[in-house]
Design a protein around this ligand. Structure first.
Ligand code: LLP
Length: 415
């Protein structure tokens, strides 16, 4: 995104022109940013036999998934819906991993019937899987007892986490797989999301590698995702080349000890798409309240839930007058809850210095490409926005704006 005096540009297209053509609110993605992040990451990991699997829970727009496929990525899917999207986007089955958590048998069967490897995360599921599908290739998810992340909700390793089989349970895993003939081809972990400290990633990696040496037949080790991106204007970016080299070196050393070269897998979501995406909304009303100047826009936590759910900070720009004189304002959504503000932390609303907004102005919420649309809902019965992918001077509709019929089609006509 380019901030020019007369407004914001995505590729060569202005925010104003996008709203004129596709209406408001609108999700906009820049293709070049997605490709740049994918290439950066590929180059940073200086180990050849590797696969980057896009954790598509971050964004399941099929056209965006296709871009990542073109960049050589595979897919980490956590539901049959995500497997469906991956297959529609053209990913090959052996580049999709189904990472399960508390899934009923129908979901496992969906994956197996589509020839997609299951990544099992409890001893009970491992036993059931072994009974139904003896002799199959599987991956197992380990909890390395190390966790990290930008918020408690997204820390997925450690004693409070519901994910994975504790790394101390190697004997149980071996016993179950020996009896059923299951073949452990992969070993996996994902410790959390939004990690900006390479050391914690490397520490967890050490635990997984230590665990991996107990399994002779591996072909890959998957260290999960979690690589953070800066959300605050002055936040430091993690040096991805430093992390990539550390990961590669640790892995190469391990393969030496293991006696065989294995495939290195990581599965980032946020890193690949967060910074490519923006949510544009339009100022509907301005209210000079007792304590705050409320800028009310035509979208809310139904379309981007991260501020309301985690108190997450998202940079906000005036899409028409980015350098205008600033004043203290609160950007509020249009839902019927006080928590529906985009300038907030976990405790509540926070005023932010932003260029003066008036009715009709376009507000741009940045870093919305990951966990934006994919976490959107129909709350207050508002349809979800359209999504547009920009490359150069071309803006392409990649998901149409939904209608009331889309919201209600599953209940109309069944009574
Ligand atoms: N692999 C597994 C098994 C995961 O559960 C996740 C994310 C990832 C990979 C990708 O993590 P990433 O690279 O995107 O950090 N809704 C939250 C994030 C939840 C992440 C859940 N798991 C947010 O908006 O911050």
């Amino acid at each position: 995104m380019d901030i020019r005096n007369d407004g914001l540009y995505f590729g060569d297209v202005s925010a104003e022109d996008l709203i004129k053509e596709f209406e408001s609110p609108l999700y906009v993605y820049e293709e070049d940013t997605i490709r740049a992040r994918a290439r950066e990451l590929k180059n940073a990991i200086t180990y050849d036999n590797k696969e980057i699997k896009f954790a598509c829970k971050a964004n399941t727009n099929i056209e965006i998934m296709k871009v990542l496929k073109e960049e050589g990525m595979g897919i980490d899917a956590v539901s049959p819906g995500e497997i469906f999207a991956a297959l529609k986007a053209g990913f090959e089955k052996d580049h999709i991993l189904f990472t399960t958590n508390n899934v009923l048998w129908d979901e496992i069967e969906y994956a197996v019937s589509n020839d997609i490897m299951a990544n099992l995360d409890s001893l009970s599921q491992l036993k059931m899987f072994g009974r139904e599908f003896p002799g199959r290739d599987i991956c197992i998810r380990i909890n390395p007892n190390v966790g990290a992340g930008h918020h408690n909700h997204v820390i997925t390793g450690g004693p409070d986490s519901k994910f994975g089989i504790n790394y101390t349970r190697v004997d149980d895993i071996k016993e179950i797989t020996r009896k059923s003939g299951l073949r452990i081809k992969g070993i996996h972990q994902h410790i959390g999301s939004g990690i900006l400290d390479p050391e914690i990633f490397i520490k967890a990696m050490g635990v997984l590698l230590d665990t991996a040496k107990n399994f002779e037949g591996l072909s890959f080790i998957d260290f999960g995702g979690g690589i953070g991106v800066p959300y605050q204007e002055n936040e430091e970016r993690m040096d991805i080349r430093v992390l990539g080299k550390r990961i590669a070196d640790e892995f190469e050393n391990f393969c030496g000890r293991y006696g065989r070269e294995l495939k290195l897998v990581i599965e980032p979501g946020r890193y690949l798409v967060a910074e490519s995406g923006f949510l544009l909304g339009t100022v509907a009303s301005v209210k000079e309240g007792e304590k705050h100047r409320f800028i009310g826009i035509n979208t809310g936590f139904n379309h981007l839930v991260r501020p309301a759910m985690y108190g997450s900070y998202h940079q906000i720009l005036h899409a028409g007058k980015p350098y205008g004189a600033r004043e203290s304002q609160v950007i509020a959504g249009n839902l019927c809850e006080s928590g529906d503000t985009f300038t907030r932390d976990e405790e509540g609303i926070v005023d932010r210095d932003l260029p003066h907004f008036k009715e009709g102005d376009i507000v741009c919420i940045c870093n919305a490409g990951a966990y934006g649309y994919s976490m959107a809902s129909y709350y207050n019965s508002r349809p979800r926005p359209a999504e547009v992918l920009v490359k150069g001077s071309r803006a392409r509709l990649i998901r149409r704006r939904e209608t009331f019929e889309d919201i209600f089609k599953s209940s109309l006509g069944i009574m």
